[in-house]
Write a protein that binds this ligand. Sequence first.
Ligand code: AMP
Ligand code: GLY
Length: 434
Amino acid sequence: MNVLVLGGGGREHALAWKLRQSPSVRGLFALPGNDGMAQIATLVPGNPAEADTVAAACRKHGIDLVVVGPEAPLAAGIVDALQLQKIPVFGPSRAAAQLEASKIFAKRFMERHGVPTAAFRVCDSAGEARQALSAFSYPVVLKADGLAAGKGVVLPNNREEALAAIEGFFSGALVGAAGRRIVIEEFLQGPEVSLLALCDGSRWFTLPPAQDHKRVFDNDQGPNTGGMGAYSVDALLTHEQLQAIESEVVQRTLRAMERDGTPFAGVLYCGLMMTTSGPKVLEYNVRFGDPETQAIMLRLEGDLAEMLASAAQGRINPGVLHISPEPSACVVLASEGYPGVFQSGIPIHGLSAVDGSNGAVVFHSGTTRLRPQGLAEAETAEWYTSGGRVLSVASRGVTLIDALQRCYAGAAKIQFKGAHYRRDIGARAARMNG
Ligand code: AMP
Ligand code: GLY
């Protein structure tokens, strides 16, 4: 097969890395990809949300399977557009992508079909939201309806903070149009787990559970980021918990989407809170998680491309992929100042010392080979930073501790000015499970 990956972040690099190892893959392409991915795939310029651009690239390169990374193209209907042109694509239709694109859609769907989730109210105006607050205790959870690139959730600790957030949403100041309708919901407690299932419309293949670390600093301090690291270990869920999630969340969601006439194919990402009264869905995503994917891919053995192609054809073949019992982890190296203002074009050193050595792999998110203008000759490097999250180091290990040590040993070899990363990725789970 010739396979085209849409997107250009660390998640897409990790997908491309695994697809490259798939025996069924001949040519591997990425649109737009990134310079790190260029080491294993042919880059095709363009915007992955523009269906005409993507379809033209598919014809030009004889693409047999498109794998969609980010949510924006899915919400814009890239899958519907490619299917119309008979181009096989792994991902949900625009209608099915509503599970992520609209929190209101997702909450009403879960309520209608008995998928466990936090109690909630939908609010269409600031006045309605202010009134609805009295039905909740603090902390409370306020969520923008629309896609907000990880900035759409606020957790006010008191009424004053909640009123300020309501003002921020409905004025458009917080997340623009995405916040003109909101969901207020009950605050849930418990460990968070991401469970991703590869779906073909009615059946699914469960990927190993993972946990990401969203706050920028150790011990979950500081502002939220796009994800500072993740790990995957089976011990995140007991057998009973996994069974409960599969039957009450994954299966129930797939059956209901079928009944509603919008069958779900693609990655069903269940963001879960493991509460004392069972798993509850915090959010659905309709795509691979970033950075969970960078950890999860390390645990997959077999032919990912064949698996995704079979799912895209509506007859998932679970036999072509299996999951290693060995845990994995990934540590994200970020630019100074991220998630706030940061500089780009900073030389990166030591990358070649990591790639492949000691089982650790580097996935690029915000790097470039383009030498910044005006850089002194003496500062020239092979790689430069070009984003907030620059790259991640991922590894598998005999134990989670082993996987983490390999990641951190790799991270320590990579240097760029102002680089920072969390030192406690997976630390709690490692203390508990070794
Ligand atoms: P999201 O941007 O939807 O991934 O949500 C961001 C984070 O907000 C989640 O990862 C949770 O940590 C937190 N969160 C969302 N919903 C709730 C809830 N009902 N109770 C407690 N925390 C929540
Ligand atoms: N890691 C969370 C997400 O991809 O949305």
